[in-house]
Design a protein around this ligand. Sequence first.
Ligand SMILES: Cc1cc2nc3c(=O)[nH]c(=O)nc-3n(C[C@H](O)[C@H](O)[C@H](O)COP(=O)(O)OP(=O)(O)OC[C@H]3O[C@@H](n4cnc5c(N)ncnc54)[C@H](O)[C@@H]3O)c2cc1C
Length: 329
Amino acid sequence: MSASGIIGTFLGVRSPGTAYVLLHHYMGEIDGAFRAWGFARGGTGAISNAIADAAREAGAEIRTQAPIAKILIKNGRASGVVLANGDEIYADVVSSSVDPRLTYTRMIEPGNLPDDFLEGVNRYKFRGSSGKVNMALDGLPNFKCMPGAGAHLRGAMSISPSVEYMEKAYDEAKYGHWSSHPYIDMVIPTLTDTSLAPPGKHILSCFVQYAPYKLAPGLDWDTEKEKFGDNVVNTIAEYAPNIKDIILHRQVVTPLDLEREWGLSEGNIFQGELSLEQLFFLRPVAGWAQFRSPIKNLYMCGSATHPGGGIMGAPGRLAALEILKDGGA
Ligand SMILES: Cc1cc2nc3c(=O)[nH]c(=O)nc-3n(C[C@H](O)[C@H](O)[C@H](O)COP(=O)(O)OP(=O)(O)OC[C@H]3O[C@@H](n4cnc5c(N)ncnc54)[C@H](O)[C@@H]3O)c2cc1C
């Protein structure tokens, strides 16, 4: 329970506000199973592909590998976008699923937004706190506490032995260090979906906290990255001693990588912290929590809007309903 209270958040398990983060992770439901989590067959990308297929069937054209450089604004209205390659695409409605920092301070020319609104955007907190270590394995980890293969390996396995342990992991992060004894949430999706790896091989996906985006002076993620990965493997080895013998490949993803590769500002996995001052009617900015923006025909529809992050599609659906209400598209 304490782990669910801190996922994606730069707070400790005893910090005020984390009860909401717990609720956020528990309020979901899959096929009638309340607060269940699931694996998507084909990997998480299969969900995006399924949504894309449905959109194409409904007549949408989707461009990938087409980063947007600017949102076009004419007479206070969004009129389209300019791609990084210079192509201009005109539209009656522009809906952004990237965070407010990218949308309002990178994609919009200065002078188009009210100062108080921009102050709100600049106050919005990201503070990435999570890293990932993904491994391709030549077999299954053998846990000391429950040796051998079995159903226990098919669910989420969490290294979070005590509330004290979790809080100490945060103590280090507060001062800009990755946790030497981290919280690790592990899953082996290949036990549920054999299409993801050759027979006998497995994927071990580890979600790790804390990995603070802002490291202490003198430290940087490019040099800390593999040390962070080694520490995660060493930590797992305390519980599953065979782990080092079965690793075929390892991928370490730091908060800086999440920012560089996937456009998640400061590496926050939810496009901004799920802290109380930026939730509900305050997400992303007070007065602008209804998916609209000060610029006419420009909407936001991603995790930086209500109800926040997670693979649930709720912000997108709610934004679409508001766009329809306004008569858009
Ligand atoms: C490591 C990690 C683990 C997670 N674990 C879970 C989990 O177990 N369960 C869960 O429910 N959620 C999880 N999440 C959160 C979840 O993935 C996100 O909340 C969700 O994907 C957000 O969807 P979105 O559509 O709002 O935004 P995003 O998925 O962030 O989509 C935004 C898109 O915009 C693109 N983009 C960025 N810049 C530009 C640009 N300039 N031009 C055009 N496109 C651009 C990005 O490439 C991206 O495809 C996790 C996230 C991370 C990072």
